[in-house]
Design a protein around this ligand. Structure first.
Ligand code: ZN
Length: 70
């Protein structure tokens, strides 16, 4: 992800790293709380054995993390 080097909000230089989660990461256009996430669009799947890391960039000023999910 070397194409994004500046924060879209403050234009500061971002840090490159990786984001990871032992659980899935889902996307929703609704802010409502839910009981289960079976119907949600999964951006990053559950880890089976190894937790894969997704390249990401992070602005420590805005607390903004940007990553590509595919
Ligand atoms: Zn920023």
């Amino acid at each position: 992800m070397s194409d994004i080097v500046k924060c879209p909000e403050c234009s500061n230089e971002v840090k490159q790293g990786y984001i990871f989660s032992p659980r899935r990461i889902c996307w929703s256009e609704s802010a409502d709380s839910i009981f289960a996430d079976f119907e949600s669009e999964v951006l990053i799947k559950d880890a089976i054995l190894k937790i894969s890391k997704i390249p990401a960039v992070r602005c420590e000023k805005c607390n903004l993390v940007t990553f590509k999910y595919k």
